[in-house]
Unconditional design. Structure first.
Length: 61
C-alpha cells in the first residue's frame, strides 16, 4: 500500500518529477496536466488534476 500525499494522490513522486521543473518556466497547472496526460497518460503516478497542483503550489509557499 502506498502513502497518500496532501493532494490525495498516491506517492506523488511521479507527477512532481515532471511538473516542478515546468513551474519556473511559467507553465500553468492546466498546461502541466495536459503535458502529463499526453506524455505519461498510462502511468497512474502522474495522474493529477490542475486543482491539486494549485493546492500544492499554494500550500508549499
Amino acid at each position: 500500500m502506498t502513502d497518500s500525499d496532501s493532494t490525495g494522490q498516491s506517492d506523488g513522486a511521479g507527477w512532481r518529477q515532471t511538473a516542478l521543473p515546468l513551474l519556473p518556466e511559467e507553465w500553468s497547472p492546466e498546461q502541466i496536466v495536459g503535458h502529463l496526460r499526453l506524455h505519461h497518460g498510462d502511468d497512474p503516478r502522474t495522474q493529477i488534476t490542475h486543482e491539486a497542483i494549485h493546492r500544492t503550489i499554494h500550500t508549499t509557499r
